[in-house]
Write a protein that binds this ligand. Sequence first.
Ligand code: UGA
Length: 441
Amino acid sequence: MRICVVGAGYVGLATGVMFGKLGHDVVCTDIDEARVKAVSSGKLPFHEPPLEKELSRLVKKGALRATADQLRAIRDSKFVFICVQTPSMPSGRIDVGPVKVASRTVAKVLARSEEFKVVVMKSTVVPSTTDSIVQPILEKGSRKKVGTDFGLCMNPEFLQEGSALKDSMEPSRIVIGSNDDRSGDLLEALYRPIKAPKIRTDLRSAEMIKYAANVFLATKISYANEIANMCVRFGIDSEPVLRAAGLDPRIGSLFLKPGLGFGGSCLPKDVKALKDRARAEKYDSKLLASLLAINDRQPLEGIRLLEGKIGELAGKRIAVLGLAFKGGVDDIRETRALPLVIELLARRARVVAFDPMAMESFIRLMPSIEYADSAQDALRDADGCIIQADWPEFRRLGKKEYSRMHRPVVVDGRRCLDPEHVRRSGATYLAIGYRLAPKKK
Ligand code: UGA
């Protein structure tokens, strides 16, 4: 099948590679020519090694190509996946500008096409966007009708950064929203080789399923953070508490790790967007407001731990390890490192930062702090260190590295280190929700 992907970002390229691997003929298109050039040579514009390897293989094989000629790419395809970004505006509302631009481009092609093409919305959009914004643009712009002349589906994406290829090839479910059977049937047939439950629904429900999922994940994280914050104040460690809670299958053990809060391009944005969408319907969501409030407060927990051990931070040298929104990625969107560093600077700490992959973009965001070439260098003479992202290499820091610190105090903001190992290496170990178990008599 001929497939066009509009928008060569995370979702677009994972979708393109997935369909390429399934044997389809894929063309990716983007208005960003530098991106098109990179993809054409088999390179990803972000760090996702397994996806890049597969992309480069498909490009070499001629099964996937990229072009800036959007009209032609759409014209030559049966399925058109809209995978453009929907960034947050200051109010929390999503900016549907890129979706509108892409829809207008698709409409131009539909106007001149005899083929029944299927347009698939994959960008995350709040309920009613596809039927009240995308559909009218497509119908008015092409003077054709959905269901009769072309298809329209909403097909949300559930991949996690860091495991994009695996999540695309082995999804937990595939949601196919359409307001007419013909469109949905065609998309379902395209997904047939992928073994996963297929949920057929209408356009708005498909949009809402994406938010319902991400809000629940954010809820689990904020719940874990609240429980952890309370546990330490009660003098107990949150790890066995959350582990035991998670063993109840109704709760589930994943996404219960306390830390400095959730970041990334999706969870914070989606919670804010849904809250804004509900407000437009005069519904004030208390849950969504609380999730965000808990998340905003969480970096302060890390700072509180540090201050509890080394006192006032003014003039002290603090190493922040991990600037990406999580370990294993180079993405700094909504990273908790930003509010963390801002709070440290507000307390007049001297901040030195390091990340294995995300330094360049963080420097652009915050050029005024000091940056180190390695975690070891960042620790030199530091009065304390905060682990903000769970990079595996931070687990290997030991005696040699911690002994370079002026005061070897480690705040594990992601509960990703082995407390025993840190202590054996001569450093004080502190973490969100962590209490050293009292010695048994
Ligand atoms: C998230 C969802 O997990 C995906 O299912 C979804 O498809 C995606 O958003 C999206 O909407 O596109 P991702 O943004 O890659 O994926 O990030 P996550 O792995 O969910 O992590 C988000 C944040 O939560 C990170 O800052 C991470 O450190 C934090 N987190 C995660 C915790 O603090 N505790 C946990 O137990 C898990």
